[in-house]
Write a protein that binds this ligand. Structure first.
Ligand SMILES: Nc1ncnc2c1ncn2[C@@H]1O[C@H](COP(=O)(O)OP(=O)(O)O)[C@@H](O)[C@H]1O
Ligand SMILES: [Mg+2]
Length: 485
């Protein structure tokens, strides 16, 4: 069967993709590298120190012999003791000395030197490195270090002898070999143990990530309450868990809002439908006059209009939420727009005994707006103002330019909104006085629609109110479409 590289490489690449493996591999490699460097440098230090101590020993011996030759050239007993006996007294690190006269005739030789060393080879080794210590192999394979020096004899010197010294360094070689074996064992041990430690550290570090993933995997719309508990997590992962928890908070809030919204829709749809049903049941219960039928049908129509308005508002909000919604922007004279809204509500304001006026900047304010939507937004605000202002009060529609922004304000002297309700008035289906508003057919969608229209324009609606004094709603929209969608 032919070898398919894709099959055998796949598990390795899969393994390489795991964070635990990468951390383990990185840790193990770094650890091995450090252990290797440490043992290698210790080995080098040991090697050079051993060589240095041998060289010092040889230099010392040379110095002693030279001094003896110079000071007491005829004291043969002392020389013989130094050359022939001292080495024999040693158990390890045997050294061998040869004393040659000017004609290279051996005067004194440590016994056994010729058996241990090839003396011609010895002489040529020394000649090729004059005055230096060099390594050399003995006859039986043991390692030596050898050196030589000229020794002027007599004071003043009358002739020159040569001293040749060799020292057996097999003990040192053995020490180095032992060190190498130990170092290899340490490296192999590190090779076996470091990946295990690395793997343990990696698993330990990754565990919070796995916990986060497990929690994320369990989240569905029914258990959005689930949270990660980042106690004991490292700082970075605790902040990730915190971010994740905050995202869940927002999701939970959105889901709650949506389900509250659906409940509110169902509730608001049920009232008019129940009313229509009740009217129809009453109408069918017994024979009625034409006028009674007319009244019942009229009342049903009223409910149907309320129902269709509510559905229209809901549809509008649903469409405004869609990212595909586009505005039909045109150049709009803000004064004209406000004038149109004022005219539309003039009659109902007059019926309520409220003065409805516009306050406009002297220069015309032009902006690129969706006229119908802006009329609807301002209309909703004026309707609210007129509804909540007692007779004798006033409602002012103001328009002005604020740099690249148009500011439209609807200011009334009505009943105002309690401070605790103020942050919620833009929420869908929120009404301050639920019973009264529902009876009058208000759905609580008016200000939500205003805010949606503002967001579509890239603007914002704000509200300020003093209970008993009045309310001011401010709309700010960019003059041109460039900064909005
Ligand atoms: N100008 C205002 N003065 C006093 N209260 C207001 C004013 N505008 C809005 N509100 C309060 O805010 C609530 C939400 O307004 P809105 O979204 O238009 O709903 P709706 O008018 O259908 O009740 C209203 O129920 C009302 O209590
Ligand atoms: Mg309203």
């Amino acid at each position: 069967m032919s070898w398919n590289p894709a099959i055998s490489i796949a598990p390795v690449t899969r393994l390489w993709r795991t964070l635990a493996f990468r951390l383990t591999a990185g840790y193990a490699l770094a650890g091995l590298f450090l252990v290797f460097c440490a043992t290698a440098s210790l080995y080098l230090v040991l090697l050079t120190e051993l060589e240095r101590s041998t060289d010092l020993f040889l230099a010392d011996k040379l110095h002693v012999l030279r001094t003896m030759l110079r000071e007491r050239p005829n004291d043969w007993d002392a020389l013989r003791e130094e050359v022939e006996l001292e080495s024999a007294a040693r158990r390890y690190e045997h050294f061998y000395i040869r004393l040659l006269d000017e004609g290279n005739t051996p005067l004194l030789t440590t016994p056994g030197m010729a058996e241990q060393l090839d003396l011609t080879d010895f002489a040529s080794q020394i000649q090729s490195h004059p005055g230096r210590t060099t390594p050399m192999m003995g006859r039986n394979g043991q390692p030596f270090r050898v050196t030589s020096a000229a020794a002027p004899v007599g004071s003043p010197p009358t002739h020159t002898d040569t001293i040749q010294i060799a020292i057996d360094v097999s003990q040192q070689e053995e020490l180095l070999a032992r060190f190498r074996r130990r170092a290899l064992a340490i490296l192999l041990g590190a090779f076996a143990v470091l990946p295990l430690i690395g793997y343990w550290i990696a698993r330990h570090g990754i565990r919070p990530v796995e916990a986060i993933a497990a929690t994320a995997g369990q989240i569905s719309s029914t258990n959005l309450r689930e949270r990660i508990h980042p106690e004991g997590y490292p700082f970075e992962l605790a902040s990730l868990a915190g971010t994740f928890n905050k995202m869940l908070d927002r999701l939970e809030e959105s889901f709650e809002r949506i389900s509250r919204f659906s409940a509110d829709i169902a509730h608001d749809l049920r009232t008019p439908v129940n009313n229509i049903r009740g009217e129809a049941e009453v109408a069918l219960a017994s024979a009625r006059t034409i006028d009674e039928y007319r009244e019942i049908v009229g009342s049903c129509l009223e409910e149907a209009v309320r129902l269709s308005n509510l559905i229209g508002d809901l549809l509008f909000l649903a469409r405004a939420d869609s990212p595909l919604t586009h505005l039909h922007r045109e150049r709009v004279n803000v004064a004209e727009l406000l004038g149109g809204v004022r005219e539309y509500y003039e009659v109902s304001a007059a019926d309520g005994g409220i003065s409805l006026t516009t306050a406009l900047a002297s220069e015309p304010v032009m902006a690129e707006l969706d006229r119908t939507l802006m009329q609807r937004a301002v209309g909703n605000l004026v309707a609210n103002a007129v509804t909540h202002t007692p007779p004798g009060g006033s409602v002012v529609l103001a328009g002005s330019a604020e740099g690249a922004t148009v500011r439209i304000e609807v200011i009334d002297t009505g009943v105002g909104i309690p401070p605790e309700a103020l942050p919620k008035v833009f929420d869908r289906f929120f009404r301050v006085d639920t019973s009264r508003s529902q009876a009058s057919g208000n759905t609580g969608l008016g200000l939500a629609i205003v805010q949606s229209i503002m967001l579509l324009h890239g603007g914002k609606a704000e509200i300020a109110s003093q209970p008993g004094q009045g309310t001011r709603v401010t709309l700010r929209v960019p003059v041109s479409a460039t900064s909005s969608r």
